[in-house]
Design a protein around this ligand. Structure first.
Ligand code: PEP
Ligand code: MN
Length: 358
């Protein structure tokens, strides 16, 4: 349930609403990014809806009360009609511009991190990526440089002026990763690690939540809801492919997620064609397609010498390939903004769940 206070409502009137919500055992949550005071009611509203509606109808200072039909509340577009725009170190994500997150899969050393950072920055990257704590399928594979890697990433961010993003794999590492990174990344394997989601939600930094490789869009948005209800409204969603029966690609890139998410939620949507395809030559066409579908940006892996990369070399772009791709996606982006339309945004009555096989 969302309660929009009138423009001239007093703080006392808003407090009366908050007290009513708390009085029935639910939590009031102030929404950000709107001109008026907007209070979301969190908790199991169902059994209390009629009681709340009748009380609220007698209270002054309220403009409207809207039930939220989706199970994800703070993430839902119903609760926050405007797009969420995230600003990190002067770079905006979700404002209609094209975000390009680029860098190596793993930070392998200081020199390679700095060289990659300078090259991708010059070629149009807006955010620098690099893995310091690596979730690897094999315990014998390179696990990342850990805190040493975080330092190289932060230094490369300073040297280029780019904000940086890196993955945090466990709650106990959230503090140290937050000290070095502007954005916290939760990886596909941890999308439903609820203690991690709660911990990153309390860290005070924007979070990029990658889609679990076996997660539905609703499960993914419920995971975002964990982060948001823990206190962090700035969440970026990253589609990185899901597991299907197909084996020619590492995962299957679900590009329908882009318009679907823009319909369902106000959060920015990024696409990672590197992990989705697992093949370098497929990254460019899928990056173009992602931007054409309306993605707010892409994340791609780039390495000075992909054949010698310690992880994900097969899907990493060379410097030249990255520069060429960055220029190509800007051309698509320039065209697509005026063409993308969500026919349902204003009708508000379309069911997008439960598609069945025919
Ligand atoms: C990554 O981006 O470094 C990564 C490990 O991706 P994913 O969690 O999508 O596999
Ligand atoms: Mn990788």
């Amino acid at each position: 349930m969302i309660i929009v206070m009138s423009v001239g409502a007093t703080e006392q009137e808003a407090n009366n609403v908050r007290d009513l919500i708390k009085g029935v055992g639910l939590s009031p949550h102030d929404n950000y990014g709107t001109q008026r005071v907007v209070i979301a009611v969190l908790g199991d509203v169902g059994p209390l809806r009629d009681h709340l509606m009748s009380k609220l109808s007698t209270m002054p200072g309220i403009e409207s009360v809207t039930p939220i039909s989706r199970p994800f509340k703070l993430a839902s577009r119903e609760s926050h009609p405007e797009d969420t725009v995230i600003e990190v170190r002067g770079t905006r994500i979700g404002d209609g511009s094209l975000s390009i997150m680029a860098g190596p899969c793993s930070i392998e050393g200081r020199d390679m991190m700095l060289e990659t950072a300078r090259t991708v920055a010059a070629a149009g990257a807006t955010i620098l990526r690099g893995g310091a704590f690596k979730p690897r399928t094999s315990p014998y594979a390179f696990q990342g440089l850990g805190v040493e890697g975080l330092r190289y990433l932060a230094e490369a961010g300073e040297a280029t002026g780019l904000p940086v993003i890196t993955e945090v794999m466990e709650p106990g590492l959230v503090d140290v990763v937050s000290e070095h990174s502007d954005i916290l990344q939760v990886g596909t394997r941890n999308m439903q690690n609820y203690s991690l989601l709660t911990a990153v939600g309390k860290a005070g930094k924007p979070v990029m939540l990658k889609r679990g490789y076996g997660a539905t869009i609703e499960e993914w948005l419920m995971a975002a809801e964990y982060i948001m209800s823990s206190g962090q409204p700035q969440v970026i969603l990253c589609e990185r492919g899901i597991r299907t029966f197909e084996t020619y690609t590492r995962n299957t890139l679900d590009l329908t997620a882009v318009p679907l998410l823009h319909h369902l939620t106000h959060l920015p949507v990024i696409v990672d064609p590197s992990h989705a395809t697992g093949k370098r030559w497929l990254v460019r066409p899928m990056a173009l397609a992602a931007v054409a579908a309306g993605a707010d940006g892409i994340m791609v892996e780039v390495h000075p010498n992909p054949n010698e990369a310690r992880s994900d070399g097969e899907q990493s772009l060379t410097f030249e390939q990255f520069a060429e791709m960055a220029s190509a996606i800007h051309q698509i982006h320039a065209m697509v903004r005026t063409l993308i339309k969500d026919p349902f945004v204003n009708s508000g009555s379309v069911s997008v769940g439960g598609a069945s096989q025919h």
